[in-house]
Write a protein of this length. Structure first.
Length: 126
């Protein structure tokens, strides 16, 4: 009973972080970086890693999906001692309006438990 209450209070889902080499890009440019995964305190099985390019409405901060940047299926058990790096590479679409964008990254465990990360990028045109 106490363990169940602790799980409800302390979300033990791990951490995902997308580290980008550059966050100011031109349309069509290739971006590189890496996903860094840190496991939760208790062992959990990772089912997939998803990363989507999202366009952000600057008025109300709502997001619209532009396209899938990466989906990596895996069957790996990780815990707090696990630290994994996975390379990331993605080519931006050629025709992107100059507005606010972000990568939304999700690490999905069994039973659809998720942890998320958001990384802002800026589209510049010369």
């Amino acid at each position: 009973m106490i363990a169940k209450i602790k799980r409800m209070i302390y979300r033990d889902v791990g951490k995902v972080d997308l580290i980008l080499d550059n966050n100011q890009l031109e349309p069509g440019e290739r971006i590189k970086g890496e996903f860094q995964l840190k496991g939760p305190k208790s062992k959990k099985k990772v089912s997939r890693l998803e990363c989507d390019l999202m366009q952000v409405n600057e008025d109300n901060e709502s997001e619209t999906m532009v396209e899938v940047a990466a989906t990596i299926y895996m069957s790996k058990v990780i815990d707090h001692e696990s630290y994994t790096k996975i390379p990331f590479s993605y080519s931006l679409p050629e025709s992107l309006p100059q507005t606010k964008y972000r990568f939304r990254t999700r690490l999905v465990f069994d039973k659809n438990v998720q942890c998320t990360d958001h990384d802002e990028i800026e589209i510049v045109k010369e």
